[in-house]
Design a binder for this molecule. Structure first.
Ligand code: HEC
Length: 136
């Protein structure tokens, strides 16, 4: 196939998939409005690598600001990463999920636990449902 045609065909096939994936996370949560970046310059090399996987994988359906500005316990992060992995089309493998969890646990202990009031607590399913209802 001609190269330009191939690109058009590819975009035509994938765009609806991307839009469908995004719409599932499109309820706006308070933590989406915070900073969309973490200063990882003082983090160990493994966590700097983990940050890349996190930014790549966790911004597919909602802003990366959402996890960056949410504070949870380590156990809750473990459950939450699994919950995100199990969403349709999450595109996150077990290995990537583990890498992301390790990063989030380190970031929680290093950055968030020292200043918990600067971050949003995770919302309950009920609270998320109420926000969805209010926005649609
Ligand atoms: C396939 C789409 C998708 C991907 C990929 C995804 N999320 Fe989510 N995320 C959602 C949806 C949808 C919600 C809204 C709550 C729900 O339906 O579970 C959400 C909500 C959240 C919340 C809000 C929690 C709360 O209760 O306030 C956090 C934090 C979060 N995601 C973190 C992550 C992290 C970390 C990753 C990467 C491991 C990730 N998400 C990847 C779809 C996704």
């Amino acid at each position: 196939m001609h190269k330009a045609l191939a690109i058009v065909a590819f975009a035509g096939l994938t765009l609806p998939l991307i839009l469908a994936a995004q719409s599932s996370g499109n309820v706006a949560l308070p933590q989406d409005k915070g900073p969309a970046k973490i200063d990882i310059s003082a983090y160990p090399a493994a966590q700097q690598q983990g940050y890349k996987v996190f930014v790549d994988k966790c911004a597919k359906c909602h802003t990366i600001a959402r996890p960056i500005n949410t504070t949870m316990t380590k156990d809750e992060w473990e459950r939450y990463v699994k919950r995100m992995m199990h969403k349709p089309n999450s595109g996150i493998s077990d290995t990537q999920g583990k890498t992301i969890f390790d990063f989030l646990a380190y970031d929680q202990a290093t950055r968030k636990d020292k200043n918990p009031s600067a971050f949003s607590k995770s919302l309950s399913d009920d609270e998320i449902e109420k926000l969805k209802a209010a926005q649609h």
